[in-house]
Design a binder for this molecule. Structure first.
Ligand code: UDP
Ligand code: MG
Length: 150
């Protein structure tokens, strides 16, 4: 076990459907400790940098539109970003979030409870959660300044 930090984003479907409180509630109830949070206007460049490892995937262009709120008429491309800390926080948050595909996610998870697949095949799955230690470090640096993490 190791004390870790991980990045989460409440994705635009989560914001639109008023699930922000539920996301924080479930993470807090799981024992994770909130140590940074803010609303960010996500530029095209920022979105592409965040998801750069997926740039060759067929769903990439729609994913950029999705995370910038273009499918949910989110004004100013705003999104809520947060850092949670805890023992094995990266895996722990992923477990609370559930599998990437909402149809495969356990019903008790955030994605299993509230995610959906659109008719175009895009996974709208409410929450982003860093996948591993390397991604978490990179993503936390991309979204937060050191002094914003308490
Ligand atoms: N995604 C999608 N279709 C796929 C795979 C991924 O729409 O077949 C979207 C989905 O919103 C997912 C995001 O792309 O959360 C990032 O994909 P990744 O494989 O990193 O999944 P995650 O780490 O979010 O579980
Ligand atoms: Mg990922």
């Amino acid at each position: 076990m190791a004390l870790e930090k991980t990045l989460i984003l409440v994705k635009p479907d989560g914001a639109k459907r008023q699930l922000t409180g539920m996301v924080f509630d479930r993470l807090e109830a799981a024992g994770l400790d909130l140590c940074a949070a803010k609303v960010v206007s996500v530029s095209e460049e920022h979105a592409r940098e965040h998801y750069k490892d997926l740039s060759d995937k067929p769903f990439f262009e729609n994913l950029i539109k999705y995370i910038r709120g273009e499918f949910h008429s989110i004004r100013n491309n705003k999104i809520l970003a947060a850092v949670f800390q805890g023992e094995d926080a990266i895996k722990h948050v992923r477990k609370v979030a559930g599998a990437t595909n909402p149809e495969e996610a356990d019903p008790g998870t955030i994605r299993g409870s509230f995610g959906r697949i659109t008719t175009d095949g895009q996974f709208e799955n409410v929450i982003h959660a860093s996948g591993n230690r390397e991604d978490a470090d990179r993503e936390i640096k991309l979204w937060f300044k050191a002094e914003e993490i308490i």
